[in-house]
Write a protein that binds this ligand. Structure first.
Ligand SMILES: Cc1cc2nc3c(=O)[nH]c(=O)nc-3n(C[C@H](O)[C@H](O)[C@H](O)COP(=O)(O)OP(=O)(O)OC[C@H]3O[C@@H](n4cnc5c(N)ncnc54)[C@H](O)[C@@H]3O)c2cc1C
Length: 461
């Protein structure tokens, strides 16, 4: 796409689907370039991830100054982050501020779901249909529908039979939820489960954490700013953005750790005597039990196992009950999934009102009206929290009936060939159809806001 053009046979130059960070950035840049456009969002408000995921403890894992949009100096100069890594409420306020400050809301039709997009070769336009009866013609479609946005209901027998409250982290009630005095079960120990567990445990009468696979997580090191700290950072955004662009992660920091401060030439764990490995744990804490600390952990499975043993030692130092500590050690190689950062996760298992249910010792059989029935017994509950994740990467796109050249359906093309794309941005036979953070994009391997900056720019170049 280059420069704004008259829409011709089309109602708009571009339809932008989704009003999270990706959709808002796209609308802002399209308008500046002179395109006519229509935004669509199925939620009532802007924010995407930070609109839907309101569960207790939801928080970003990248420092807020880096997990923020660089596209407007006004937004950058006027917004104040209150702590290192913002919670969901602050992120949602920020996205709303962006939408208002850049006057983007008027371009978006809310509570409207795009159901179909069909390529018409004769007019070289897309026909975009919604569940509210719209049928727009546009020369381009940009989907900013998110790669972790399509909720997944777990396939557990009896899911809808539960007589208590069923809550989903990815569609958590706007008004919040009071867990006081309740027997709570949480299913899922990925990022959302790990973030929610300590907060729910502070309220619940008893919390059972149902764990199928333990995940690698370590303390986030979040904190409020020291006096003047944020103001100094804000005054130096140019340097921050340059450092982000130079980093393959789109962030110069992960959690509280500055990537530049990590050792440039770390030793090999397999060449380091056990006393020195443990001495590093004493000196450096969790960081010494990560792939950052050793040269060979991501290239040699034996080294990976040795680092995993250090990680297990850190858990043993935190969690008093030896059985619980052992069950919390992940059983897959370190570094194979995006690591999680948490606030007080392992300590939570020392609370008398918290029990880990290790599903490796007996899986969930079904949900019953009373609670969760497993192969190790029944757990009567008042509330079940599902932190069971998303139909990731292709889910939100596959829920739209997208038909390209010769009526080819995107979801069928992807079933036949896997989700193939050009740089995660475009798919063959779907002309003028762009996917921000689509399958094949860097997306969750990075600080996604910084990755999008490149993407939105690329789509317009
Ligand atoms: C709980 C959680 C925590 C996360 N934490 C981090 C983090 O710490 N760091 C990080 O880098 N990334 C994180 N992510 C990834 C996060 O999704 C991205 O950082 C970013 O917010 C994605 O923005 P987006 O605009 O691409 O998509 P989203 O924010 O997912 O927005 C997509 C929007 O599209 C809308 N939509 C989808 N389909 C349709 C349709 N058919 N019609 C109309 N509207 C539609 C959805 O309602 C949604 O509002 C997290 C994700 C989750 C779920």
């Amino acid at each position: 796409m280059a420069g704004g053009t008259g829409a011709g046979a089309a109602d708009f130059d571009v339809v932008v689907v989704g009003a999270g960070f990706g959709g808002l950035a796209m609308l802002h840049r399209l308008r500046a370039a002179g395109f006519s456009m229509q935004g669509v969002e199925m939620g009532e408000g802007v924010g995407g991830t930070w609109y839907w995921n309101r569960y207790p403890g939801a928080r970003v894992d990248v420092q807020s100054v880096e997990y923020s949009l660089s596209l407007s100096k006004e937004v950058q100069d006027e917004w104040t982050w209150t702590e290192l890594m913002a919670p969901q409420e602050e992120l949602e306020r920020y996205v709303n501020f962006v939408a208002d400050r850049l006057d983007l809301r008027r371009h978006i039709k809310f509570e409207t779901k795009v159901t179909a997009a069909t390529w018409d070769a004769a007019s070289a336009t897309w026909r975009v249909e919604t569940d509210r009866g719209d049928a727009w013609r546009a020369r381009f479609v940009v989907t900013a529908v998110g790669c972790l946005s399509a909720p997944l209901e777990p396939a557990i027998e009896g899911l809808h039979s539960f007589a208590g409250d069923s809550l989903y982290t990815n569609r958590f009630p706007k008004a919040g939820y009071d867990f006081s005095g309740k027997r709570v079960g949480i299913i899922g120990t990925g990022s959302s489960g790990v973030q929610a567990t300590p907060v729910i445990a502070r309220q619940a009468q008893h919390l059972h954490v149902f764990q199928r696979s333990a995940a690698y997580t370590m303390p986030a090191g979040n904190r409020p700013w020291a006096p003047g700290e944020f103001e100094a950072l804000r005054a130096d955004y140019d340097t921050i953005r340059k450092a982000q662009l130079a980093s393959p992660l789109g962030a110069a920091r992960f959690g509280a750790v500055s990537i530049g401060d990590l050792p440039m030439n770390p030793p090999k764990i397999l060449e380091t005597p056990m006393e020195e490995r443990l001495a590093r744990l004493d000196r450096e804490g969790w960081l010494a039990a990560t792939p950052f600390a050793w040269a060979d952990v991501t290239t040699d499975i034996e080294a990976n196992r040795a680092a995993q043993e250090l990680y297990a030692e850190m858990i043993r130092r935190e969690v008093k009950d030896p059985q619980t500590a052992a069950a919390l050690v992940p059983q897959y190689p370190m570094g194979c999934k995006r690591p999680i950062i948490d606030i007080g996760y392992f300590e939570t298992f020392n609370q008398p009102n918290v029990t880990l249910v290790d599903l490796k010792k007996g899986a969930i059989r079904r949900i019953t009206p009373q609670g969760i029935e497993t192969e190790q017994g029944a757990f009567p509950l008042d509330v079940i929290v599902y932190a069971t994740g998303f139909d990731a990467m292709t889910g939100a796109l596959n829920r739209i009936d997208i038909r390209g050249r010769d009526g080819r359906r995107m979801r069928e093309a992807w079933v036949a060939e896997g989700p193939r794309s050009y740089l995660g941005l475009m798919v063959a036979d779907f002309p003028n159809f762009f996917t921000i953070t689509g399958p094949g994009s860097p997306s969750v391997l990075t600080n996604m806001i910084a990755a999008k900056r490149g993407y939105a720019g690329f789509a317009l170049a």
